[in-house]
Design a protein around this ligand. Structure first.
Ligand SMILES: [Zn+2]
Length: 263
């Protein structure tokens, strides 16, 4: 049986579900490239947590922006990025930092070949920002490349986080988000107050160093998770999506030209 054409894709701009004719007719102005990760997230969350979260955030934001007249094209989420400091845990999937930089540069290069002048990288994994920033810096010195920026989400002014126990990894915030996004994958019987490594050299807290994750979060999740809830997760994801949608819409509607993004 033939399906009606308006049943697919789920929303305009979702590249994976568009046909080649759809994407030509859509004539995108901005590309969104989500970066996820596949890595341990404690005994209670799935390995794909970062990928699921950034995918949902981007889908919400792109749909909102395009409903308001944006022409934003959402790429598939990269599920394998960099987890060099996770190497003591099993199946923390990774490519090298240099490879990830090359992947970003290659994808942005192809965006230009496809006529795209504005690219937004949305990052869902805490191990990636230094690599993304280095790639953006390299791109900025290359001729004839699109404008590229990166974010991990933008909360609208005045948003107050409902999180009571902040954590860098698989804590109340990530657990709450997954309880909303993929509740069937959260092992609620495993919610706990998970240990966080304490520094022998306390002033190192004021510096940047790469934390060996097996020492920092020995069970691959850190902090109190028992106050997590789907309501908190929904509030965080929807707030970030709203801020991201505003950026995407403005980028989409601002003409590209010499001196972009300056006047
Ligand atoms: Zn995570």
């Amino acid at each position: 049986m033939n399906k009606t054409t308006d049943s697919c894709p789920a929303f305009p701009g979702l590249l994976e579900e568009m046909s080649v004719d759809d994407v030509r007719a859509f004539d995108p102005e901005v590309v969104v490239l989500p970066l996820g990760s596949t890595e341990p997230h404690g005994p209670h969350l799935p390995m794909g947590t970062d990928t699921y979260q950034v995918t949902r955030l981007c889908r919400l934001a792109v749909e909102q922006a395009n409903n308001k007249g944006g022409r934003v094209l959402l790429y598939p989420t990269l599920p394998i990025t960099n987890t060099a400091n996770f190497s003591k845990f099993p199946f923390a999937l990774r490519v090298s930092i240099r490879t990830l930089m090359s992947v970003i540069v290659d994808i942005v290069t192809q965006c230009k070949e496809d006529g795209i002048n504005k690219v937004v990288i949305v990052n869902g994994h805490g191990g990636n920002p230094a690599t993304i920033n280095a790639a953006l810096r390299e791109i900025s010195g290359m001729d004839d490349m699109p404008f590229v920026c990166s974010t991990s989400g933008i909360v609208p002014e005045g948003f107050v986080s409902p999180i009571e126990h902040p954590s860098d990894h698989a804590g109340e915030s990530e657990t709450s988000r997954m309880m909303w996004i993929r509740p069937e994958l959260v092992r609620e019987d495993k919610l706990d107050n998970n240990p966080i490594g304490r520094l022998r050299v306390k002033t190192l807290a004021n510096t940047h160093f790469v934390r060996p994750w097996h020492l920092y979060v020995p069970v691959s999740a850190g902090g109190e998770t028992r106050a997590s809830s789907a309501e908190k997760g929904q509030a965080i994801v929807e707030a970030n999506a709203e801020g991201l949608a505003d950026l995407l819409l403005e980028l989409s509607q601002t003409p590209y030209g010499e001196n972009f993004p300056y006047i």
